[in-house]
Design a protein around this ligand. Structure first.
Ligand code: GLN
Length: 314
């Protein structure tokens, strides 16, 4: 019985990795240092709308870098592939997420939309009459992915806005090279706002399941992303979604994924399901320590690596 098997598997994974106590809480955004290191949840949502979960699946936290995936999808819908590619590349960097130094030597583009510089450039592309309209378009887009209203954590937003000097510096550098347009402060505010949206682990699994389901939310039946752009979004998740751990992740876990500094990780199993893990302590790459272990185990256990089938039947 698939249901029993999945529930048993998630329960076993939660029990196994609950006692793993490595990693540290992100502290460069002061509000995030207040998280509870023991929070731990695993959620899985299938493309036919079955929901499985274990642990703190309804604990709210800010989405942070996981938002980059979905805002990239909206920018592609707003401008098309070629225009967006002209502004932000799709090359993995091997650098940390907040790396400031790399803009492509010739094009001056940030390397990819999953690092902060690229994500800020992507956010600056979101269409709208004014800042309120742009924020509302983002909120409406996120609502389609989670099938309910989404809200922002005002303290995290303020915390990030007042301490985000590094992100601000990147935006000004890109403005210098003409890769983002004025007003820069409005683009930065929108980026900090998207990072401060509150989700829980089950929301993230529904969002991942929506990507697994050709862009249609399996719970509401609503289309959240034009399927034309699905391959672009999943490709950058696969090559760039786990920062400077992306290569090892692709090798071991083998799924398009994205992590965030609050301790969330999502992964997409196209045509089957979306999975999310939430546990705040992070490793040196900024990825959830328990999250990485859960996904390695889950992928091995269910044979999820996208190239895993290459060895079957030979
Ligand atoms: N808001 C965070 C930042 O810009 C997001 C980083 C992350 O989740 N890795 O620094």
């Amino acid at each position: 019985m698939i249901d029993t098997t999945l529930t048993d598997l998630l329960t076993r994974l939660h029990a196994t990795y609950r006692d793993l106590h490595g990693g540290t809480l992100a502290s460069y955004i002061p509000e995030l240092a207040r998280s509870n290191p023991d929070w731990f949840a695993i959620s899985l949502v299938t493309v036919d709308g079955q929901v499985f979960g274990v642990g703190d699946v309804e604990q709210l936290f800010t989405i942070q870098s996981i938002s980059k995936v979905f805002v990239y999808g909206l920018a592609l819908e707003d401008h098309g592939r070629d225009y967006v590619l002209g502004r932000v590349g799709v090359e993995p960097t091997g650098d940390p997420f907040n790396s400031i130094i790399r803009l492509d030597e010739f094009s001056k583009r940030p390397d990819n939309p999953m690092i902060n510089a690229g994500a800020i450039a992507v956010t600056s592309l979101i269409r709208g009459a004014d800042p309120t309209d742009r924020l509302n378009r983002l909120l409406t887009m996120f609502r389609r992915y989670v099938a309910h209203d989404v809200f922002m954590d005002a303290s995290v937003f303020t915390s990030e806005r007042t301490t985000g000097h590094r992100n601000r510096a990147m935006a000004h550098l890109m403005r210098h090279f003409g890769m983002i347009d004025d007003p820069i402060e409005a683009a930065l505010d929108l980026y900090f706002q998207q990072c401060s949206l509150l989700v829980h682990c089950r929301d993230l699994a529904v969002m991942a399941a929506t990507l697994a389901n050709r862009g249609t939310n399996p719970l509401s039946g609503e289309q959240a992303l034009n399927p034309t752009y699905l391959r672009d979004v999943l490709s950058v998740m696969y090559t760039c979604g786990m920062y400077n751990f992306a290569g090892e992740w692709a090798y071991k876990v083998g799924l398009p994924a994205k992590s965030g500094v609050s301790g969330g990780i999502i992964a997409v199993v196209p045509g089957r399901f979306g999975v999310a893990v939430f546990s705040p302590p992070l490793d040196e790459h900024g990825n959830s320590v328990r999250g990485i272990r859960v996904f390695e185990d889950l992928s091995e256990n269910l044979g999820l690596h996208i190239f895993g089938h290459c060895t079957l039947g030979t």
